[in-house]
Design a protein around this ligand. Structure first.
Ligand code: ATP
Ligand code: MG
Ligand code: MG
Length: 411
């Protein structure tokens, strides 16, 4: 059906689930990531001409030369992580080394900088929490003292607490610092690079729920939202996702989808995007941030939607007809399995980490995904479990033994 070869920057769990979707459609994928045993490479060995080495590329997705090497092997390039070398993606496209890059390198670059991303959303009339640059607009930062002054000024504007954020390289809350009061400004600046990285401050959003919407965008600009879901974070890492979201005002899920579609329509290039939102007490929805790729909050689509986010990403970047984004079950949830120990060889911790996965094997409607990561480093995403059900009540019943195993293991 499709002879074009797809290259992916990054070969972690998102790449692995993308490879699974591609393999069903018999689409050839080549991956770039450090090491030959990255999660996605494990499930897709492509022998080179000599029959033993692999066609995948071993190297960093930030390494320009490695990106070029991958580009030469494929027709279409995409990403599973946004922290890539976007200017080199633009170069390989401009030089005709690869025919297409999705989403566009300019979109990836815009989204990489969370401050620029927010400015873009505001310019497009989309709702976000108030924010302001801290200590100047330079991406490289200025000085710690200028940033401390900037936090104080932001505090005067927004009050405390406020969220201090690193503009780039953020994930799992690692670029964030909650400045509880004026006296914590120095601590926050120190924690986020001490003046060496561009920062911005956001007004605290006392949300009642966190919402996420996956949206697929075709190369011609058609956008299709998946249902709005509720995400619960623990220590800034996604813990559970339930779909569809239940809200007291039944209009809210549709409003979230519309905002997410409007936002994704503003970005160039095809593919799936994850839109994170805050639902406020008065029913207002604010966009928190957008990921230009499949997203943790969309894992549930593999079992619970007509077309998974991974297959729709593939269809979008290849210009194939998009698949339905509707749920095929009334109720579904996903729980992440996180590593429990800093010691990768800690056998007891490995057994405990796997306890919810083992428990899920006895649960009807549960599907476990393990990513093939080595060891179980604390806080690392090792796998996830999705449960589908015919009602919310059945979902709760089915989730119970899995969540119980998780709580017992983490006690
Ligand atoms: P991800 O892993 O999703 O890329 P990230 O490191 O980019 O995360 P954010 O999504 O900006 O970080 O923030 C992480 C979490 O911190 C949010 O999911 C939310 O729970 C909380 N948070 C972020 N911004 C605010 C805010 N302005 N007010 C209150 N809480 C916030
Ligand atoms: Mg982020
Ligand atoms: Mg986030």
């Amino acid at each position: 059906m499709e002879s074009r070869v797809v290259g992916v920057l990054g070969a972690g769990q998102l790449g692995r689930m993308f490879v699974e979707a591609a393999s069903r459609l018999n689409v050839q994928v080549r991956l770039l990531d450090v090491g030959p045993s990255a999660p996605a490479k494990q499930i897709s060995f492509v022998p080179a001409a000599d029959g033993t080495t692999s066609e995948h590329v071993d190297g960093a997705f930030t390494d320009g030369e490695k990106i070029k090497e991958l580009a030469k092997k494929v027709d279409v390039l995409t990403i599973e992580i946004e922290h890539v070398n976007a200017s080199q993606l633009q170069t390989v496209l401009d030089e005709g080394i690869v025919k297409e890059v999705h989403p566009l390198p300019s979109t990836i670059a815009l989204i990489q900088d969370k401050y620029a991303q927010k400015k873009h959303l505001v310019a497009q009339g989309l709702p976000v929490a108030d924010f302001v640059a801290v200590g100047g607009e330079s991406l490289q930062g200025t000085s710690a003292s200028a940033q401390i002054e900037g936090v104080a000024a932001a505090g005067k504007q927004f009050g405390f607490p406020l969220m201090l954020k690193s503009r780039t390289q953020a994930y799992d809350g690692k670029g964030n610092f909650v400045v509880k009061e004026a006296g914590n400004a120095e601590e926050g600046v120190k924690a986020l690079g001490n003046g060496s990285r561009g920062l911005y401050a956001e007004k605290w959003a006392p949300f009642v729920k966190e919402v996420a919407v996956m949206v697929v965008r075709s190369s011609t600009g058609e956008v299709r939202a998946y249902p709005a879901v509720e995400t619960i974070h623990r220590d800034n890492i996604c813990h559970t996702v339930t779909a569809p979201i239940r809200t007291s005002d039944p209009r809210i899920p549709q409003q979230a989808r519309e905002i997410a579609e409007r936002a994704v329509a503003t970005f160039g290039g095809a593919g799936v995007f994850g839109v994170e939102l805050f639902l406020m007490a008065d029913g207002q929805l604010l966009i928190n941030e957008i990921a230009p790729r499949p997203h943790n909050s969309g894992h549930y689509t593999i079992e619970a939607a007509e077309t998974s986010q991974y297959e729709n990403h593939l269809r979008a970047i290849l210009g194939l007809p998009l698949g339905s984004t509707a749920l095929k079950v009334p109720s579904t949830a996903m729980v992440n399995i996180l590593g429990l120990s800093d010691l990768d060889t800690d056998k007891d911790a490995i057994v405990k980490t796997m306890a919810p996965a083992v428990a899920s094997l006895a649960v009807p409607g549960a599907t476990v995904h393990l990513y093939g990561k080595v060891g179980c480093r604390k806080g690392r995403k090792i796998g996830h479990i999705t449960v589908v059900a015919q009602s919310d009540a059945e979902l709760h019943q089915r989730m119970e033994p899995i969540l119980h195993a998780l709580e017992t293991a983490t006690e």
